[in-house]
Ligand binder design. Structure first.
Ligand SMILES: Nc1ccn([C@@H]2O[C@H](COP(=O)(O)OP(=O)(O)OP(=O)(O)O)[C@@H](O)[C@H]2O)c(=O)n1
Ligand SMILES: C[C@](O)(CO)[C@H](O)COP(=O)(O)O
Length: 242
């Protein structure tokens, strides 16, 4: 952290309590974040990226109640089984846990999907560098690479939309713990379905998070075909032949 923010500490919070329903092959039951990619459960790749960023004080992983994955896998993180029934509730519960661990409201948190396992230490560090002196905080995001269509509701195009000002939200998303906690509490109380990321809760307070370029490869493993691409990228980074 810079001189102006040395008093604030930096935490990471990894929501890891989803079931991955869109990623499941028929009959599969293992949550996507625990499925093997390039020789390791997906979440272990995610955690390795955060472990390689020295500025991060602690990494908190939020799993579903009763999830015993980390009793069988050793990882450089604190694990709490306080996951909720939506991503936003899992994050909100994790923030409460960080306060119980001694975090302060003006400390920073990087919230990152367990299922976004291709994030790199340099992407995380770029976000931290861009946000550490920012009054609001921000997120990694990716400019739309394709033409953007609006549907008319029947599978046909209603319009082609301007895309110069459109970005795909990624994670990590970096905010002060106190501000984010208040924002999520308010958003969950008023319109829980609208809070699909941390930035949307902050926006609902009238604030404008900073957009920091991420990259196409920082995608979230969401659909069955995403596993093969993530596997190829990780094996390529490890110097293995495809
Ligand atoms: N109740 C939930 C739901 C999601 N997540 C986490 O939030 C991240 C991003 O969510 P998403 O990709 O939507 O994961 P799932 O909810 O697991 O997927 P799906 O919507 O396909 O079921 C994942 O790392 C997931 O584990 C969570 O911690 N708690
Ligand atoms: C937070 C997020 O990764 C930003 O793109 C995303 O919104 C989470 O996934 P979901 O499919 O919206 O639950």
């Amino acid at each position: 952290m810079s001189e102006s923010s040395t008093a604030q500490r930096l935490y990471a919070l990894i929501p890891c309590a989803g079931s991955g329903s869109r990623a499941q092959a028929p009959g599969a039951t293992l949550a996507k974040q625990y499925q093997s990619i390039a020789g390791q459960p997906m979440v272990m790749h995610t955690l390795a990226a955060f472990a390689a960023v020295p500025a991060i004080r602690d990494v908190l992983v939020v799993v579903a109640p009763g999830d015993d994955f980390f009793e069988h896998h050793s990882a450089p993180c604190v694990v709490r089984d306080c996951g909720g029934d939506s991503r936003a509730r899992s994050v909100r519960n994790g923030l409460h846990d960080l306060f119980e661990q001694g975090a302060r409201g003006d400390d920073w948190v990087l919230v990152h999907d367990a299922a976004r396992c291709l994030v790199t230490p340099s992407q995380i560090e770029a976000l931290v560098a861009a946000c550490r002196d920012d009054p609001v905080g921000g997120l990694l995001a990716h400019r739309l690479p394709d033409t953007l269509k609006q549907e008319d509701g029947s599978g046909r195009v209603a319009a082609t939309l301007p895309r110069d000002d459109k970005w795909l939200a990624q994670t990590p998303q970096m905010f002060r713990i106190g501000l984010l906690s208040r924002a999520l509490d308010a958003a969950l109380a008023s319109d829980p379905d609208a809070v699909t990321d941390e930035a949307s809760a902050i926006e609902a307070l009238g604030l404008a998070p900073r957009l920091v370029p991420g990259g196409a490869l920082n995608f979230k493993v969401t659909y069955p075909e995403d596993f093969a691409l993530a596997e190829q990228v990780l094996r390529g980074r490890a110097g293995e032949k495809p």
